[in-house]
Ligand binder design. Structure first.
Ligand code: NAP
Length: 250
């Protein structure tokens, strides 16, 4: 449901749509894009949180990204976009791999990956030539972590999708930025019961994403002290990095 529409006159103003603007990284992105004068369409399911954004938002849209019909209905009410930021997602862990929870797996893959198919089907046609698509994946894809079968698989799927999409959208002059955040303090990570090295605030994460999209980067990863370490670990023999990640998680 679209709650609100404002008129922006200036051609300089960018039309930016953010999924998951009601919390965490998406909320920080919403505030920073709004502060620089862009017309931001804030999306989420939580009406109370959307209401809090409505004074700054060009529009607020309440819909479930996993519901194809809801995505289609919202998209019909949106004109053109300069930037489409696909950030909404969830994280749930497989606590007992032997008793594999297929429902949980389905929920995480559906929310983090399949939904992006619906969002691209209905919202990508709204993105102007010269526009940008930003896909928020995770640095968890840099190497396998325990209990992350569902989350890691969903984000690894997003990585491939983003990198493939970039090739196909080049002729449309639409850039694709893939984002690999490290640990960011948000309600999503507040549930984690393990050590989260180099934790950043959601404001710090949003600044890094905005800096990357302004520079037209294909890939943004932060904080580098974590992501570069993970990349390095991933080149080590299995027996070494497996010991490190299992120790870190417990
Ligand atoms: N925090 C981290 O350390 C971290 C690290 C790497 C990657 N990421 C990724 O960054 C993105 C944002 O995470 P976050 O930490 O900011 O999480 P968060 O604070 O929990 O926010 C998640 C956002 O996604 C929205 N959302 C979730 N499921 C949805 C659905 N079915 N339909 C519509 N909206 C939905 C939520 O909206 P409602 O509550 O309004 O439904 C909320 O605004 C996620 O894709 C996450 O995987 C986060």
């Amino acid at each position: 449901m679209i709650e609100k529409q404002k008129n922006y006159d200036s051609k300089q103003v960018k039309q930016v749509l953010i999924t998951g603007a009601t919390s965490g990284i998406g909320n920080a992105l919403f505030k920073q894009f709004s502060a620089q004068g862009d017309a931001v369409i804030a999306c989420g399911r939580n009406q109370t949180e959307l209401d809090k954004l409505s004074h700054l938002a060009a529009q607020t849209c309440r819909f479930d990204i996993t519901d194809k019909q809801q995505v289609k209905d919202i998209a019909e009410q949106i004109q053109t976009l300069d930037m489409l930021i696909l950030n909404a997602g969830n994280c749930r862990y497989i606590d007992d791999a032997k008793q594999f929870d297929g429902e949980l797996f389905n929920d995480v893959i559906n929310t983090n990956l399949v939904s992006v198919g619906w969002l691209l089907q209905y919202l990508l046609p709204k993105v102007k030539k010269g526009g940008q698509v930003v896909i928020v994946s995770s640095s968890a894809t840099l190497m396998p972590f325990p209990r992350s079968e569902a989350y890691g698989a969903s984000k690894a799927g997003l990585d491939y999708l983003a990198n493939s999409l970039r090739l196909d959208l080049k002729k449309e002059n639409i850039a694709v930025t893939l984002v690999h955040p490290g640990f960011i303090k948000t309600p999503l990570t507040d549930k984690n019961d393990f050590n989260m090295p180099f934790l950043l605030t959601s404001d710090e994460a949003a600044s890094r994403i905005i800096d990357a999209v302004k520079k037209g980067k294909k890939y943004a990863h932060f904080p580098k002290r974590l992501t570069l370490l993970l990349k390095l670990f991933s080149y080590l023999p299995d027996c070494i990095w497996q010991k490190i990640v299992i120790k870190e998680q417990h």
